[in-house]
Design a protein around this ligand. Structure first.
Ligand code: DP6
Length: 331
């Protein structure tokens, strides 16, 4: 019997970790060893269209108009296989994904990419998955993607070895708090060491990894509370501790992983200088050299101008809290 499949497009936004995820309790199942808290960002959107087709001999994956590399395709097919198992389906799929990121924003797109794929492919396979289920599915491919299923502020708890069902939860909707994230791009080029590899090297070789895993939940709790009470100074201070502690693990790995460029330190100094002059702005960095400064809506232009003037900063961008994943089914 022929089965009718849906033609589905999903849109998901990238997110920034305020409390960082760094380190896995289970590598194979992709379970984080620490809790993380995030802010989903508007405008940094991945749009993914999926259609299952019983006439296809294999999955066809296109990213930004080109054929996916073997590694990229493997990660997509792995998620599609999970969905096929859940839906009792054998058909292969057409997948086309586009990143609508500001030119040269220099930001990773795996969070928005796997969130959009989880939502579009599940719906195209006829599954009616809850946001929790989509989040767990996205997490298995890239843990930060679990948080991009939700808009505004979200958290992903730590898990334990052997766990299958770990998902993110919403903390507050985008309209809860009108903060801004000023993104300062410091350098061109892709990151030198991928997050999975960096986390594993940190776990195996950094003398500070255990201390990071012990202390990370404290910062996540402080950040969560500060979101609820809209306390930017408390949030910012805990956010900076979290990012510096995870970078410390990476830097003290063997061989060391140094994600920063000279302009990263210059931009951090700019943010500190703003604070000394009375502006509540706070810096965070991921597995790359760019600096993201969190501040109130009224300070965003001042923070952006200061970062624009910082030597080595090539471009800036202002993002605000963004929506949850959205799905559109074509007739
Ligand atoms: C530094 O989610 O990319 O951005 O689960 O291995 O795909 P995998 O890692 P990924 O790691 C993100 C690391 C981070 C911090 C964060 O987003 O929490």
């Amino acid at each position: 019997m022929k089965r009718a499949f849906g033609d589905v497009t999903a849109r998901a936004c990238a997110n920034i970790a305020l409390a960082k995820y760094w380190g896995k309790a289970d590598v194979k199942k992709n379970i984080p060893a620490v809790p993380s808290v995030s802010l989903t960002l508007d405008q940094l959107v991945t749009e993914t269209r999926v259609r299952f087709d019983s006439k296809l001999a294999e999955d066809v994956v296109r990213l930004d108009g080109r054929r996916a590399t073997a590694d990229e395709k493997d990660r997509v097919v792995k998620m599609l296989n999970t969905i096929r198992r859940q839906a009792g389906l054998r058909a292969r799929a057409h997948v086309a994904s586009h990143n609508h990121f500001p030119t040269a924003a220099g930001l990773a797109s795996s969070a928005s990419g796997f969130a959009a794929l989880a939502a579009s492919a599940s719906a195209a396979a006829g599954l009616r998955s809850s946001p929790r289920k989509l989040s767990a599915l996205a997490r298995a491919s890239s843990a930060s993607a679990a948080r991009s299923i939700f808009g505004g502020f979200a958290e992903l708890p730590a898990g334990v070895r052997g766990q299958d069902d770990l998902y993110a939860r919403p903390i507050a909707t985008p309209d809860h708090w009108n903060v801004r994230l000023v993104i300062a791009v410091t350098e061109r080029g892709t990151k030198k060491v991928g997050s999975t590899e960096g986390m594993e090297r940190s776990r195996k070789t950094s003398p500070f990894y255990d201390a990071w895993v012990t202390d990370a939940p404290k910062w996540a709790r402080q950040i969560k509370r500060a979101i609820k009470t809209r306390d930017l100074d408390t949030l910012g201070a805990a956010m900076e501790r979290s990012t510096l502690a995870f970078h410390c693990c990476a830097m003290t790995s063997d061989p060391p992983i140094i994600y920063w460029a000279p302009a990263t330190l210059a931009a951090m100094a700019t943010v500190r200088g703003l604070r000394e002059r009375g502006t509540s702005a706070w810096a965070t960095m991921d597995a790359g050299p760019h600096v993201k400064a969190l501040c109130g809506v009224g300070d965003a232009m001042r923070v952006r101008q200061a970062l624009d003037r910082t030597p080595g900063v090539t471009r800036t961008w202002v993002a605000k809290p963004g929506p949850a994943v959205e799905v559109e089914v074509r007739p």
